[in-house]
Design a binder for this molecule. Structure first.
Ligand SMILES: Cc1cc2nc3c(=O)[nH]c(=O)nc-3n(C[C@H](O)[C@H](O)[C@H](O)COP(=O)(O)O)c2cc1C
Length: 192
């Protein structure tokens, strides 16, 4: 699959199959983040891979899923992520662009993961205090985001927006994601 096809295919996944992800694959995914663009090339981001089963259970408890439809989006037991990558900003680098760097880095990881058959969901709604304790993260590292990973156990559907940006899950449990059409967001040679 080429990059555009991966971009079209990518959806946030919140149901996973109970199949372990090899550590080497997780490292490859983080390597894709390492090589992402970075403002002033400061490279302020650090990463923690969590694949240990006991830690996975603890990390899961710190995350909030799909707020619009809670609790329907939360992965039930047996369909939870098989790994997490925690994205951190090293405040000692003085980068003003951690959040922007993070966006580039995380999309790199999402697409490389997908190219390996691994689905993901970026999660910013985190109990950061608890996660800091669980993973012994020092104060100089700000917790930006957690990328949840696993072999997809669902196939969310892309929808054209009608009146709301809110995603939904239908009676069969299929997750639908409305996106704005190109004609509403794209302007050529000026905003007109
Ligand atoms: C910065 C950011 C934070 C997000 N935080 C959460 C979150 O806390 N929980 C969650 O379930 N999904 C989270 N998401 C996933 C979005 O809900 C998802 O991207 C959106 O519904 C569009 O669906 P799609 O990713 O399939 O295109 C986040 C996405 C982004 C970009």
């Amino acid at each position: 699959m080429n990059v555009y096809e991966l971009v079209l295919k990518r959806r946030s996944i919140r149901r996973f199959r109970p199949i372990p992800i090899p550590l080497e694959t997780l490292k490859k995914i983080v390597n894709a983040a390492r090589l992402a663009p970075s403002a002033a090339n400061l490279q302020p981001l650090k990463y923690i891979i969590v694949e240990d089963e006991r830690l996975r259970v603890a990390v899961f408890e710190t995350l909030s899923w799909a707020a619009y439809i809670a609790p329907a989006g939360t992965p039930p037991e047996g369909e939870r992520p098989m790994a997490y990558i925690v994205v951190l900003c090293d405040k000692n680098t003085d980068s003003r662009y951690c959040q922007i760097d993070m966006g580039f880095a995380v999309e790199n990881m999402i697409l490389v993961a997908l190219s390996e058959g691994i689905g993901s969901c970026p999660i910013a709604s985190i109990d950061r205090g608890r996660l800091r304790q669980i993973l012994s993260i020092p104060e100089y590292l700000e917790i930006l985001l957690v990328l949840a990973l696993g072999i997809p156990g669902e196939s969310p559907r892309l929808e054209e927006i009608s009146d709301s940006v809110r995603y939904w899950r239908d009676e069969e449990g299929i997750h639908h994601v409305p996106k704005r059409p190109l004609k509403d967001i794209l302007f050529i040679n000026g905003f007109k």
